[in-house]
Design a protein around this ligand. Structure first.
Ligand SMILES: CCCCCCCCCCCCCCCCCCCCCC(=O)SCCNC(=O)CCNC(=O)[C@H](O)C(C)(C)COP(=O)(O)OP(=O)(O)OC[C@H]1O[C@@H](n2cnc3c(N)ncnc32)[C@H](O)[C@@H]1OP(=O)(O)O
Ligand SMILES: Cc1cc2nc3c(=O)[nH]c(=O)nc-3n(C[C@H](O)[C@H](O)[C@H](O)COP(=O)(O)OP(=O)(O)OC[C@H]3O[C@@H](n4cnc5c(N)ncnc54)[C@H](O)[C@@H]3O)c2cc1C
Length: 692
């Protein structure tokens, strides 16, 4: 990339250099970073990750050095090029789906094919018959057809039952007719639809024999495979610039009585019979929502990765960035020189950043557990057993909501913790934050989703007998039984360190969640409160329940397990006392910091006393001290390479200042000739003339 300004090469940052500061931090770690990385990835995935990283880093088409200077159209073209390149590399290196996912994660840019891969393929896989998979899935996997997922409409996104696009069965020709009856029925937001896709999953109301059977998925070819023009009766366009995610062409689409064969209704679960139009019910009404459950489970896992990335940038930068001399406890170099204090040494910075490290680990472990639960569900459902679906839907809805909220808040906190440089694109936060942000809205608005989780739990509580049966099966709600057996219990903590006891932590979280649930049930059942009037409480219940799950899963991960149930990753963790010690501190910080953030609810429940809440704060401070020597090593262990971070602040080698000035010298604005004479006519004639 061209530099427009020559920077004097003899200048270096004042001592100590970033690399030296990070080296000092790394030498303080009490555990082996490589061992923790292995415990997170497993040896097989880590070696695949390294192999793929090497290929991507050296590929000129996937070079990221220019992207901070690009506008939307240029960025979109770049995204299309890189999407194509990954597909070519996948073919050359024979990558499997997991390897493809690793490559996409590392290249880190949504693109025109993203929804094809993340929603179009999974929908056909999950909802298509074997015949339909042969027809659509195989060419789609080979990218011979490119699809999108058009569910949301201009007038409805959250309320799927309220979608207006119709798909009416025409027995005479054995076809469906897809139609947009109102402007509000225009499909809107579908990723890849605007300029790229030639096929779409269209969620439309199935109408047969005059009966409306609600939204179902249909495969519709939307563009000509040769000319790439929209097919007759279909109007398509890109919806325009957005807050972020501008590397994907989100589109709109209108149908004017467009015919498709009956075969194109995805029919693994429900069918329409040829000629008679008879409708066959699915075994579970909500199976057509299956892709959303899948993507929500992925979003939970991805929230952990997003937090790891935010923490990596901000913790490394805070170890390099120095401001003021802390007079009571100055930073002294080995040569005796007193230097300004690294901002990571300010307790306020620690209080802001270390909980983010803890959130990343907590959500990572729950993400793994949810991924396994989803796999288990797929396995059982392939044998016709859908019993896990209700619990899976409730858990994924609430956890998707909670974890993406945590990630969005913490990414912004981390960005601000980098001061002024956090506002520069070179921080690596800008596009990362903008692109992450829709995770709180898509795949179900976060507030709406908490209603799904809370309703599941409240129903369980209302049916108390069934509840005790179910709770034995489902570890996620067993705390309720404990509460019901003695609702006036008190927390046993008598000194700050008692808060480190995992049993104590779980009891506190369980009691608070159970208290909120019992109170809401009382309001609904005995005071006849409407659902709408309870929405704030309902949101609290889902969050309380999901925070319990996150703490529970973290504790579970650190507890000894029987060796046969342990996979390689857990074995590494359990065989290393130093790893267990540091992760126990991280787990404590997660549990206690989250408690503090929601203190009013814990106090209100009466389980925790004001005196105990003071002790809680003392213990949090202790946990921050425990983490301090390991902060940089804990983020290093995430193994997020510079290629992914693309951040001047979060670089592994600490060369923050050298990179900032080098990247600034490449700003194209520095290379253009300007006429700054305010009286010059030229500017008006050349640049501002309106084109209509
Ligand atoms: C080479 C190959 C390479 C391969 C590479 C492969 C790479 C693969 C890589 C993959 C990477 C991925 C990356 C991620 C990127 C993300 C991108 C995402 C982009 C964004 C996409 C979108 O944004 S796309 C639109 C999503 N749009 C929503 O998300 C609408 C929300 N809105 C609702 O979802 C419903 O509207 C809402 C509220 C439930 C009410 O639904 P409703 O009114 O119909 O139902 P009710 O509330 O009345 O509930 C009645 C009963 O149904 C139960 N139930 C409800 N839902 C259920 C469900 N899903 N499952 C089971 N049960 C369910 C409920 O629990 C009740 O049960 P009960 O009766 O027992 O109480
Ligand atoms: C970048 C991006 C990409 C997307 N990609 C796709 C895609 O590929 N395919 C696709 O089909 N869709 C896509 N979507 C659409 C997305 O799924 C929807 O926007 C999302 O589900 C929210 O629906 P909505 O826009 O209708 O919000 P609304 O429901 O209109 O929400 C507006 C407000 O109303 C509140 N609200 C609504 N109903 C209730 C209620 N019952 N109780 C309490 N509060 C309520 C919400 O909390 C929110 O605050 C995408 C969206 C974005 C931003």
């Amino acid at each position: 990339m061209t530099s427009y300004i020559k920077i004097p090469s003899h200048l270096t940052p004042s001592d100590p250099q970033g690399s030296e500061l990070l080296a000092r931090e790394r030498s303080k770690a009490t555990f082996d970073v490589n061992e923790l990385t292995l415990a997170l990835y497993g040896s097989e995935e880590l070696s695949r990750f390294k192999k793929i990283l090497k290929i991507l880093e050296s590929d000129p088409i996937l070079d990221k050095s220019n992207i901070y200077y690009m506008g939307r159209t240029e960025l979109f073209k770049y995204a299309l090029r890189k999407d194509k390149r990954i597909i070519q590399l996948a073919a050359t290196h024979k990558w499997n789906v997991d390897e493809f996912k690793i490559a996409s994660r590392l290249v880190d840019m949504s693109g025109p094919y993203s929804i094809h891969q993340s929603m179009f393929l999974p929908t056909i896989l999950g909802q298509g018959t074997e015949e339909q998979k042969r027809k659509f899935l195989n060419p789609a996997i080979r990218h011979e057809i490119i699809g999108c997922y058009a569910q949301t409409e201009l007038g409805h996104g959250s309320n799927v039952q309220g979608l207006e696009t119709t798909s009416t069965y025409i027995p005479e020709t054995d076809e469906f007719e897809i139609h947009t009856p109102h402007l509000t029925a225009a499909k809107w937001w579908a990723g890849g639809l605007g300029r790229t896709a030639n096929h779409s999953v269209v969620m439309a109301r199935l109408i047969t024999n005059g009966q409306d059977k609600g939204p179902h998925p249909f495969i519709v070819q939307i563009r000509d495979l040769t000319t790439h023009e929209p097919l007759p009766g279909i109007t398509i366009g890109d919806i325009g610039p957005k807050f972020g995610f501008n590397t994907t062409d989100n589109g709109f689409m209108l149908f004017d009585h467009v015919r498709i064969p009956r075969f194109n209704m995805l029919s693994k679960f429900s069918k329409v019979t040829k000629g008679t139009g008879e409708y066959k019910n699915p075994p579970n009404e909500k199976l057509s929502y299956g892709t959303m459950v899948f993507v929500r489970s992925v979003i939970i896992f991805n929230a952990g990765l997003a937090l790891a990335r935010a923490a990596t940038i901000s913790v490394r930068y805070s170890a390099v960035r120095r401001q003021f001399v802390d007079k009571e406890n100055p930073m002294i170099l080995p040569n005796g020189q007193v230097v300004e204090t690294a901002v990571l040494d300010y307790t306020m910075q620690q209080y802001r950043l270390f909980p983010v490290i803890a959130q990343a680990y907590a959500i990572y472990f729950t993400g793994e557990i949810i991924t396994n639960l989803y796999k288990q569900y797929i396995d059982q459902s392939s044998r016709g057993d859908f019993s896990l679906l209700a619990d899976l839907h409730a858990s994924t809805s609430g956890l998707k909501s909670l974890t993406s909220d945590i990630a969005v808040d913490s990414i912004e906190d981390c960005r601000r913790s980098c001061g002024g440089h956090g506002y520069s694109n070179f921080s690596g936060f800008t596009r990362f934050y903008q692109d992450y942000l829709p995770n709180t809205t898509w795949e179900g608005d976060n507030y709406i989703l908490t209603q799904q989780t809370a309703r599941y739990i409240i129903h369980s509580k209302q049916q108390s007998e069934e509840f005790s049966l179910r709770s034995n099966e489902s570890p996620t709600i067993f705390y309720m039984l404990r509460y019901l057996s003695n609702p006036s219990q008190k927390c046993t903590v008598i000194s700050p360190s008692d808060f480190k006891n995992p049993e104590v932590q779980l009891a506190i979280y369980g009691y608070r969640a159970a208290y909120l649930i019992a109170r809401a049930v009382d309001q609904i059942d005995n005071h006849k409160k409407s659902w709408n009037s309870m929405l704030v409480e309902i949101n609290r219940i889902s969050r309380a329940h999901c925070q319990y799950i996150l703490v529970h899963n973290f504790i579970l991960t650190l507890q000894p397990q029987t060796s046969d149930s342990m996979n390689e990753k857990r074995r590494i963790l359990h065989n290393s006392p130093s790893l267990k010690t540091v992760l126990t501190s991280v787990c404590n910080l997660f549990a206690l910091h989250t408690m503090e953030k929601n203190l009013s609810e814990f106090l209100e429940s009466g389980y925790l006393s004001p005196k105990q809440s003071e002790m809680l704060r003392v213990q949090i401070s202790e946990s921050l001290n425990e983490i301090r020597p390991n902060a940089v090593a804990l983020v290093d262990a995430f193994y997020l390479p510079d290629y992914l971070l693309n951040s001047a602040l979060g670089r592994y080698d600490g060369k923050v200042y050298e990179t900032m000035i080098e990247w600034a010298s490449k700003e194209p604005l520095n290379g253009i000739t300007l006429d700054i004479n305010p009286y010059s006519e030229k500017l008006f004639r050349n640049d501002v003339k309106a084109k209509i």
